[in-house]
Design a binder for this molecule. Structure first.
Ligand SMILES: [Zn+2]
Ligand SMILES: [Zn+2]
Length: 135
């Protein structure tokens, strides 16, 4: 039994084909929107509707299997929580998402703590600008 299947079972859910297909897409590529996942799988799984993709992503998010990300586009993007923690920089021209290292943020959080005494538990940072090709 896969780890994903075990997790779902322990919460009383089955690993349906739809859930498996969606998680597999996110294993192949990160930062996908529901529409992008739908576009990628609809040819192979015509019975899988866009609303099912949304519902499945909501469930996977609730169960802590996917992270939901808002890059200011008016919709969410998703990636698996098993991905190494990282932050994002998004190009406003072409939409490219660049990942950058978590350590930089930890360093920043430490600096903030040193200056203000604020202790950071959690941070979620997206930089907005233009990528190398668009700048
Ligand atoms: Zn990411
Ligand atoms: Zn760009």
């Amino acid at each position: 039994m896969s780890e994903l299947e075990q997790l779902l079972r322990s919460r009383g859910y089955r690993l349906t084909n739809q859930r498996r297909v969606i998680v597999r897409e996110l294993e192949g590529d990160r930062h996908l929107s529901a529409e992008e996942i739908y576009d990628r799988v609809k040819g192979r799984f015509p019975e899988l509707g866009l609303s099912t993709v949304y519902r499945t992503l909501d469930l996977l998010h609730e169960l802590g299997i996917v992270r939901k990300e808002d890059f200011g586009e008016g919709y969410s993007r998703y990636e698996l929580t098993t991905e190494r923690m990282h932050h994002h920089a998004r190009c406003g021209e072409c939409g490219t998402v660049i990942e950058f290292n978590e350590e930089l943020m930890e360093y920043l959080a430490l600096q903030v703590e040193r200056e203000t005494g604020f202790v950071t538990d959690w941070h979620e940072i997206t930089l907005h600008g233009r990528c190398k090709n668009c700048a």
